[in-house]
Ligand binder design. Structure first.
Ligand code: ANZ
Length: 854
């Protein structure tokens, strides 16, 4: 045997990964060009908040998936836009800055540096030329500009509203940031306070935000959450005349069950209702005012969740039920909220559970008006024929509703009405690290917008970013910045000191990515027309309502202003599941690192002491000591391994538990793929140009793999695409030699998932350009028809059976299969086999004679 020195090149991700990342950057491989000939594809990630913690392995799950799609679409001939940036204004950075005694801008820059380095290490094919942060003045200039568009349209206004005020932080908090009366992050108490705030009128878009959901390719669950958040209710407005008191005073209530009006036995006002003062009689004043005071400090969420309301006070006044003409008591109770409907209801205890509990507690009358239940046991909320209801008697719920609304309208006592649970958006924060609101306050109390040419209103540099002692926002410390002049008249003016909430910057960033360097306008309209809408938007379910609703709202306003060409920003949405990890906690509630724990007799114990530990699968977080970073995984296994492992953990949309020990299997797969090109056995090494005909079974498998991987990426089923690739690589390993054409196909199929190894193989195969620009393999439909074929089996020329065999089996295997067929066997009983005629893939004919063999 000739000895030729053969030194198979080893798979070394540490060498090839940085090499290709450098190459991509040098060659601007992923810079998006405005290529008019190709169809466009815009694939976007929900850009991250660059926190001080850096990324853990849970964060890139969605980024890897979107990257696979981006790379795949490029290979299929699309002009792909795949950008990345930073959503960097907000409280966490401001707090970090205060802790470290540094400026938030400095912290932001540092954190972005860490995030960018980590993302680049993973080999994501972003067009980094388009990177920006929402904190860049060149960006927030246009955030302020859009705010002015809202202001011009009357969609941004000021109002005195009850807010969640956190005295310790000196700022208001969003409802989502408050739980059980404290700020979820710090535990600082939060109270209700009336303050002048900027509001955005998102409710003006409630109907369209709801309707247009139907046009979107989004997960049903997210659409449902948005529908619930918007909370559309069809019902009626009913006017109750107040008895006595001012002539003509009436109390308007919103109801979804106007059909139960005859059973309305009392009315309830929210404690904040403006009519309470007028309606409370002297006799009840002391008690009622005390109640209102207590109720005003209860959080709305608690009030809503209260299914068994038993607190309230009687005002002393009465209202006339328009249906029965009877006087009913008017109460004040906090189970009625001011922000919904009209802030007042008529109560029908027989058919509403909360009204029932309340009526029982205060001994108020209960009158059944819908038959079908047993109201001595509780409220009956189902449908049924109406009773005790005058002209509604005998009608079912739907008919009764229609009829009573008609009656109310005819008699001027009410009308059909649609109500939404959605509230206007509280848009101001008493914080430093946010976009200044571009508004000037004049001495007469009026407001004027900062002229467009003067944008951005720069965030002034402040050494002390805390609120003032008097509770004024941090920006009121910037005296020089604060006091200015109204540009037109020169009159003295004071700048708005509130800043925008963190959500603002993410409301339109997808538009800026289209044209990030434009310093004349937020984006060029031609480019906007070309790139919008976003074809695929990938991110976590935590943004199902707020971010996605806010961004849709801004987009619709821009659409109405003729600034964008599509009514919706994100055509298809996909939510990746979370990556979780095991955590370990001791009896004192202290968390331990996984390395400190070991399993003994089916229990987890602390290695050092044997103390039993409680172990749970939880989301990754520093405070739970269960974080795994991409840095450590890449150091040990490489970025391609990390990418593949994350995609192989299970369906992309499912949560999955991180198990470092499983990465080894992925690494072995990549080694195997590598050895197709660089086998250990020199005899198996195929040379360039050396081809031979593939075994039919393998050719079929190869084409089936192309089809499967293609379709799976289209459906974002990354895990099954990877298993198909694993099978194909395994089968290829069994070939005597793997021809270059096969390796070329495999490398291209693998490249969206594991781009570095694929590039290295591609280069070895002689590819000149990056594999990222190589054409995606096509499958031959003719090669993947039926896996199995049917072969008739004859005995002495008579059809005796049909066998199903896998395509590609050899003659012997097919004959053996025919001999195992039950029907054939029966006919062969006692016969002597003389001869077998085999027509390849068409027929087996056994020639037999009847005598027994000698
Ligand atoms: C009379 C009635 C009779 C009601 C009955 C229900 C059942 P949804 O479906 O969520 O829109 N309601 C109206 N405004 C309210 C407020 N500000 N705070 C608390 N509750 C309020 O709920 C609408 C129903 O919730 C309305 O219909 C009203 O009670 C109550 F058999 O009116 B109903």
């Amino acid at each position: 045997m000739p000895t030729r020195p053969y030194n198979p090149k080893r798979y070394n991700p540490k060498e090839i990964e940085p090499k290709w990342q450098r190459r991509w950057e040098e060659n601007e491989t992923f810079t998006t060009k405005e290529d008019a000939d190709k169809p466009k594809y815009y694939v976007l990630d929900m850009f991250p908040y660059p926190s001080g913690q850096g990324l853990h392995v849970g964060h890139p799950k969605g980024y890897v998936a979107s990257d696979i799609v981006a790379r795949y679409k490029r290979m299929r001939g699309y002009n792909v836009l795949h950008p990345m940036g930073w959503d960097a204004f907000g409280l966490p950075t401001e707090r970090q800055a205060a802790k470290e005694g540094r400026h938030p801008a400095e912290i932001t820059e540092r954190n972005i540096g860490v995030f960018r380095r980590q993302l680049k290490m993973i080999g994501l094919s972003y067009d980094w030329e388009r990177e920006f942060s929402t904190t860049d003045p060149d960006y927030y200039r246009w955030t302020q500009w859009i705010f002015l568009k809202l202001y011009e349209r009357g969609l941004a206004y000021q109002a005195e509203v009850a807010v969640n005020w956190c005295p310790a932080l000196g700022t208001v908090l969003a409802n989502e940031e408050v739980k059980d009366g404290v700020y979820v992050e710090t535990g600082d108490p939060v109270e209700k306070r009336l303050m002048r705030q900027w509001m955005l009128k998102i409710t003006a878009y409630a109907e369209r935000l709801l309707e247009d959901l139907d046009s979107l390719d989004w997960p049903q669950s997210v659409k449902e959450m948005q529908r619930n958040w918007i909370g559309r209710s069809e019902g009626a407005l009913v006017s109750f005349e107040v008895k006595g008191g001012d002539k003509g005073a009436s109390l308007d209530v919103f109801t979804t069950r106007p059909d139960t009006l005859f059973g309305g036995t009392y009315c309830v006002l929210a404690p904040e209702h403006p009519m309470t003062t007028k309606l409370i009689t002297d006799e009840h004043r002391a008690e009622a005012e005390q109640y209102i005071e207590i109720a005003s400090n209860r959080l709305e969420r608690e009030r809503l969740a209260d299914t068994d309301p038993k607190t309230g006070v009687f005002t002393g006044s009465y209202a006339i039920n328009p249906a029965t003409g009877e006087a009913v008591q008017i109460w004040i109770a906090d189970y009625v909220l001011m922000g919904y409907g009209t802030g007042a209801i008529f109560a029908c205890p027989a058919h509403d559970e909360r009204d029932y509990a309340f009526a029982k507690a205060f001994d108020l009358p209960i009158v059944e008006v819908v038959s079908g239940g047993d109201i001595s046991n509780g409220a009956y909320t189902g449908d049924g024929l109406h009773v005790n209801s005058g002209f509604l008697d005998g009608l079912d719920t739907d008919r009764a509703k229609a009829k009573i609304i008609e009656w109310l309208e005819e008699n001027g006592r009410g009308e059909a009405r649609i109500s939404y649970r959605l509230r206007n958006w509280l848009f101001s924060r008493q914080r430093y690290w946010g976009e200044p609101i571009p508004i000037l306050h004049l001495e007469d109390g009026s407001t004027v917008p900062v002229p467009e040419e003067e944008l951005p209103v720069l965030l002034p540099h402040l050494a002390d970013i805390s609120p003032t002692k008097a509770g004024e926002p941090p920006l009121s410390r910037a005296t020089e910045w604060l006091n200015t002049k109204e540009p037109k008249s020169g009159a003295p003016a004071r700048r708005e000191t509130n800043t925008m909430p963190q959500w603002a910057g993410s409301c339109w960033y997808y538009l800026r990515f289209i044209d990030p360097k434009n310093d004349k306008e937020p984006w060029n309209t031609g480019l906007e027309k070309k790139w919008m809408p976003v074809d695929l938007y990938i991110g976590g379910t935590e943004h199902a309502t707020l971010h996605l609703l806010y961004a849709r709202f801004w987009h619709k306003v821009l659409y109405d202003a003729g600034l964008v060409s599509t009514p919706e920003p994100f055509q298809k949405l996909f939510n990746q599941g979370m990556i979780q990890a095991r955590s370990f906690k001791d009896k004192m509630g202290k968390y331990h690192y996984p390395e400190e724990a070991e399993e003994a007799d089916g229990k987890w114990v602390l290695r050092a002491t044997g103390e039993e530990l409680e172990s749970r699968i939880e989301k990754m977080s520093k405070s739970r000591y269960n974080v795994v970073t991409p840095d450590e995984v890449i150091e040990h296994y490489g970025a391609d391994c990390l990418r593949l492992y994350e995609m192989f953990m299970g369906p992309l949309e499912d949560d999955a538990v991180w198990q470092t020990e499983n990465i080894a299997g992925i690494r072995r797969f990549l080694e195997r793929a590598w050895r197709l090109l660089f086998p250990e056995d020199p005899e198996k090494a195929c040379k360039k140009g050396e081809e031979y005909e593939l075994p039919e079974a393998f050719a079929r498998l190869l084409h089936k793999t192309i089809k499967k991987v293609t379709e799976d990426i289209d459906r974002l089923q990354m895990n099954t695409a990877i298993s198909a690739l694993m099978i194909a690589v395994n089968e290829a390993t069994k070939l005597p030699r793997v021809p270059y054409t096969v390796i070329s196909t495999m490398a291209r199929l693998l490249s969206p998932f594991a781009p570095h190894i694929a590039e290295e193989m591609w280069e070895t195969l002689g590819g000149e350009d990056s594999i990222a620009n190589a054409p995606w393999p096509e499958f031959d439909p003719g090669k993947i028809v039926d896996d199995v074929m049917k072969i008739p089996v004859q005995i002495n020329g008579k059809l005796r059976g049909v066998i199903e065999v896998e395509r590609g089996l050899g003659e012997e295997e097919i004959k053996n299969a025919a001999l195992k067929d039950d029907r054939v066997l029966q006919h062969l009983q006692g016969a002597v086999l003389r001869k077998v005629i085999y027509v390849p893939n068409k027929l087996v004919n056994f020639v037999v004679s009847k005598q027994k063999q000698a």
